[in-house]
Ligand binder design. Structure first.
Ligand SMILES: [Zn+2]
Length: 355
């Protein structure tokens, strides 16, 4: 159960400031200390926008993952970055992101980089958070991709003949990362497995749940653990049939405190599923469409929150955008978050819930 009924939260990513994207094209001109400064300034900008919106939970916006070497794959040994995607032109799609070749045993001796990211976020957010009302503490959250999702950009080879073999090789790496985060003091972690939601329609959902539960088994009960199940958002495009029916009831057995679902871009189809989830878990509902430049109004948000309350109690409900905001222009992301929080607070007020 959430400490704040009708909690407002986000999925990990936030748009990069324009200057950061520009700097990324010339990273070779920057020294190591300059790059650290770039990351810090970008995280400060993301923290600022999220605090300004009034969110209960914030992230570092994944601002520090600004190039391949700083991405999760940059931390993996045994892979070689594909020099260029197979398709470089034409309308945007996920095939325009390179897949990495495996050249040795998959290892991550330095972890996946989320611990220094968490520590940076905590350090940079601390002075801002302490200036706020201590009655309403803001939680900092870390996102880690699950092993099945992470395996999606690796090419199987003789040693790892298919996606499941890759997943099994990555599973202990992700598990160790979660343990390291908990040991570093992270109290709220999302294990993102959107590939499971995208491919549930054609894969064995019980097998997915088994993979997920083995990944998180050592941190269950040691932090607020959630998962994010969307239908893909690279360049604002989905990749799976946008239906939750194939995932349930199997996914109810995922060992998590909270499940996040993409609802806004699907015009709230299958919203009744939150009733079933809320019987045993918290449910975070995506009520902001990250793919649309229609800016949801405060009244839109309040009406969506009221619809959710017809299916689940306030203590079980959190509200978030459908996915990370990295593919949404910052001006829109900022306004969408502000309106989301204002709409949720309006309903809290109607119900006499303290904000
Ligand atoms: Zn997503």
């Amino acid at each position: 159960m959430n400490t704040q009924p009708l909690r407002t939260t986000v999925i990990g990513s936030y748009p990069f400031p324009g200057w950061l994207e520009f700097a990324c094209q010339y990273l070779h001109n920057f020294g190591e200390a300059d790059r650290e400064e770039l990351k810090e300034d970008a995280v400060i900008a993301a923290i600022h926008d999220q605090i300004d919106a009034g969110l209960d939970v914030i992230t570092d916006g994944e601002q520090a993952r600004l190039d391949f070497n700083l991405s999760f794959y940059g931390f993996l040994e045994g892979i070689e970055l594909e020099p260029a995607p197979l398709r470089r032109f034409g309308p945007p799609a996920h095939d325009q992101r390179g897949k990495h070749k495996i050249v040795g045993e998959l290892r991550a001796p330095r972890g996946l980089g989320t611990v220094p990211d968490f520590e940076r976020l905590k350090r940079l957010a601390a002075p801002i958070l302490s200036a706020f009302n201590s009655q309403s503490p803001i939680t900092v959250k870390t996102s880690v991709p699950g092993p099945y999702t992470l395996s999606g950009r690796l090419l199987p080879n003789k040693q790892y003949p298919d996606r499941y073999a890759l997943t099994e090789a990555l599973l202990p790496i992700v598990r160790a990362e979660l343990e390291a985060l908990v040991n570093a003091g992270s109290r709220e972690i999302t294990v993102d497995e959107p590939s499971m939601s995208c491919y549930a329609h054609r894969e064995d959902t019980k097998r997915f749940v088994d993979i997920f539960n083995r990944t998180v088994e050592s941190v269950v009960g040691k932090c607020h653990l959630s998962t994010h199940l969307c239908f893909g958002n690279f360049k604002g495009r989905a990749v799976g049939p946008r239906q939750y029916a194939p995932m349930f009831p199997a996914f109810l057995n995922m060992n998590v405190d909270e499940i996040h679902l993409e609802m806004a871009s699907r015009e709230f189809a299958e919203l009744e599923i939150i009733q079933t989830i809320a019987k045993t878990k918290d449910v975070a509902v995506g009520i902001i469409d990250v793919k649309s430049y229609y800016i949801e109004t405060v009244a839109d948000v309040a009406s969506r929150v009221r619809s959710c309350l017809r299916h689940a109690p306030a203590e079980r409900l959190s509200f978030a955008p459908d996915c990370g905001l990295s593919q949404t222009a910052r001006w829109a992301a900022r306004q969408k978050l502000k309106n989301m929080v204002a709409g949720v607070k309006l309903v809290r007020k109607e119900l006499g819930i303290k904000s």
